[in-house]
Design a protein around this ligand. Sequence first.
Ligand code: RRO
Length: 310
Amino acid sequence: MDLSTTIAGVKFPTCFMNASGALCVTREELFALGRSRAGAIVTKSMTVEPRVGNPEPRYYGFPGGSINSMGLPNLGYRAYAELIPDLKQFGKPVIASIAGLCEEDFLTMARVINQALPDLIEVNLSCPNIPGKPQIAYDPADSERLLKRVRPLITVPMGVKLPPYFDPAHHAVMAEVIRRSGVDYLNLINSVGNGLVVDPKRETPVIKPKGGFGGLGGSLIKPVALANVRAFWKLLEGHMPIIGTGGVARGVDAFEHVLCGASAVQVGTLLVEEGVAVFERLERELREELVKRGKQSLEESRGKLRELPG
Ligand code: RRO
């Protein structure tokens, strides 16, 4: 059973890969992804200058999900520009994720990272964890201006990582922004921003930065992720490749993302919890799901969520 997939003309050996942020900051972590069954290597979102990130504890996993406020710990774009050629030895696509602290930062990084020739560049417009910096993608005009400035600077396909939207009117506005901005694929969704997980025993939040507020991930956000994949798939009429991210814990979760319109899926919380062996398990489970349903390929099910009869 072939689980390979193609996004914006780039072939992926399997549809499972790491979500940006999960075990992908250092050279060692990126090489471990290269050696694993992951279908691509996605870098941590990079900034112009290296960052240590927010104070710890800044990630907390619990039954059903996770909360994080990492604050963009990363090596800085110059280090990733040097690493990318080495990552290509693993024979799978490399996705470079960029996250500026201002619009100019995105342009600076896009120019240089493009020259390192990753297979795709992903513009992260949805980091929820930098104090005082709202998620760019919650401002459609800012998003459009930024994407239209990045697009001409790069020669590889450009993806956009969006946050979840919770209203069809917002999906519609952003779909038009995406249509007008030369975007080649979407990654849906980033963590659900600014949740708060409380430890009732200690009567404290479970993470330190921002008074405990952070991005939610894992199984608990799957319905939000699926809704966003489905909404953009429909609004863009099945023509925009989508990477589904959010709540992929078992093979069947990936199958649900595919039914909603995803061409590939990313794994964040479960990768952090289980390590790179998670990819083998997910592949096996998705194959079982497809066999059980008599499907020959992923393609056959993509976007084919059926309506309830009656
Ligand atoms: O580093 C982070 O705190 C972080 C980022 Br950039 C992001 O895009 N999403 C997230 O959940 N955490």
